[in-house]
Design a protein around this ligand. Structure first.
Ligand code: 4AD
Ligand code: MG
Length: 430
């Protein structure tokens, strides 16, 4: 007999097929068992009628525990009341493994309990929907980059030096030296941009974040494009293009998942290009009008980001922050030496910064001074300085945090639900 997936069930109407999966839920009434079977592609109701199956199979179904693994054979029938339009009239059930005492019942559990059970919780409809959206976001990232002529170049995880400041570095023993888990692939993408013109990496990055906010993980994924012969304005165009592409793609392909998550689609549908662009100067003025006590020179806090983005339907690009609050590699603004040619993109609906990037310092002497001024070891950056010795050009790029984007698109309160196995200060298990 043909084995099929639930997602393809509509093409099997009137045929006998085998489904393989797990018992999601069960209900019985006298002569009938209703088995909700899930197989990773969907959930279908399998109706076991006492007179259609051998008696031992019917009584076996009486005692099946939630999440028992099954092979179910039966006839695919159209059923108007089914959410997927079809159900299975069961002819046979093979129990692969009988699961007893599955800890996650359909009733409500607290988030702490569910996080401890994350390895099992992934099977439930909400986490499943979120991770499907995440998978589509990752695919959209790669598609957009490929269409734009970017070469994927993987950055290393073990690194000899800090990229995003020394306060949140994870240090590890590396034979007889120290290594650090990468905070960003950017510096390596700068090397790649000089080799390929346009390059990007997409992978995990690590920050020993001591902050327990709903936007911070210690292990998160970033896509980081980098472009040679590129300045800040074009960098912002690419960031805007990528984020808009992802929003449209998710609205197009993830309707079922967003419905499971009860995501209000209106705010996502309102996202249009071009995204608003304001300078840090303007942002501080707007924030003070809205009651923030931010002083010029301070970085925007999470609350400031929320306050600022509340004024827009689309993500807002805030450019030219004070150089003092930004990383060492940023190029100074030739119009105003206090500023850096950088940009942050703030998502609507209070989701905060989803993109950070900008133009890189391309002059050797200036970059050497910045490395010294930030108290960083020049030796570890010798290779990076080579990029300014041999054919230095204006170049720019950015990093977009995958989890922040997924949290926004799915309308989730906390980024921990957007990654299969979240790592935070409190979570290393499972
Ligand atoms: O602004 P960040 O720190 O920028 C960089 O790392 C640059 N080197 C990127 C580049 O230009 N190639 O981080 C970029 C993005 C943030 O905007 C945010 O979306 C996400 O990464 N991010 C985090 N996401 C989850 N948890 C954390 N702890 C994050 N820190 C940053
Ligand atoms: Mg940032």
């Amino acid at each position: 007999m043909e084995t099929v997936k639930i997602a393809q069930i509509a093409a099997c109407e009137g045929r006998e097929v085998e489904l393989r999966g797990w018992l999601y839920n069960k209900r019985s009434s006298g002569k009938l068992h209703f088995l909700q079977l899930r197989d990773g592609t969907g959930v279908i109701q399998c109706v076991v009628f006492r007179d259609d199956v051998p008696p031992e199979i019917f009584s076996r179904c009486d005692h099946l525990g939630q999440e028992s693994s099954l092979k179910v054979q039966g006839l695919v029938r159209r059923e108007a009341r089914s959410p997927i339009g079809f159900e299975l009239s069961v002819r046979g059930v093979e129990v692969v493994q009988d699961a007893l005492g599955y800890p996650i019942s359909p009733k409500e559990h607290g988030i702490a309990f569910l996080m401890e059970q994350r390895h099992l919780w992934l099977r439930s409809s909400r986490p499943h929907a979120v991770l499907k959206v995440r998978a589509e976001v990752l695919k959209a990232c790669r598609d957009f980059m490929e269409q734009g002529g970017f070469t994927p170049v993987d950055a290393p995880i073990f690194t000899p030096a800090a990229c995003e400041g020394t306060t949140n570095l994870f240090e590890t023993d590396y034979f007889d030296q120290k290594a650090y888990l990468t905070q960003s692939g950017q510096l390596y993408m700068e090397a790649a941009a000089m080799a390929f013109g346009k390059a990007y990496c997409l992978g995990p990055t690590f920050r020993a974040e001591k902050s327990k906010t709903r936007r911070h993980l210690t292990e998160f994924w970033m896509i980081e494009p980098e472009m040679a012969f590129c300045e800040l304005a074009e960098d912002m165009d690419v960031a805007e293009g990528l984020v808009f592409y992802i929003v449209r793609r998710i609205l197009e392909r993830c309707q079922a998942e967003l419905a499971v998550l009860e995501r209000d689609l209106t705010p996502l549908q309102k996202v249009a290009v071009p995204f608003p662009r304001i300078s840090y100067d303007e942002a501080v003025g707007l924030l003070r009008e809205k009651g923030s006590d931010i002083e010029w020179g301070q970085d925007l806090g999470g609350d400031d980001e929320t306050l600022l983005s509340a004024g827009y339907d689309a993500p807002v690009l805030v450019h030219r922050y004070p150089a003092a609050v930004k990383a060492f590699y940023m190029k100074g603004d030739p119009q105003d030496s206090r500023l850096a040619l950088c940009v942050d993109m703030l998502a609507p609906e209070g989701y905060g910064e989803i993109v950070g990037g900008g133009q890189r310092e391309d002059q050797l002497e200036v970059l050497e001074q910045k490395i010294d001024a930030h108290g960083l070891p020049r030796e570890a950056f010798a290779w990076y300085l080579d990029l300014r010795r041999y054919g230095s050009v204006p170049h720019a790029g950015f990093g977009m945090g995958i989890e922040r984007v997924v949290a926004w698109l799915c309308g989730l309160h906390h980024v921990r639900e957007t990654i299969p196995f979240p790592r935070t200060m409190q979570h290393l298990y499972p």
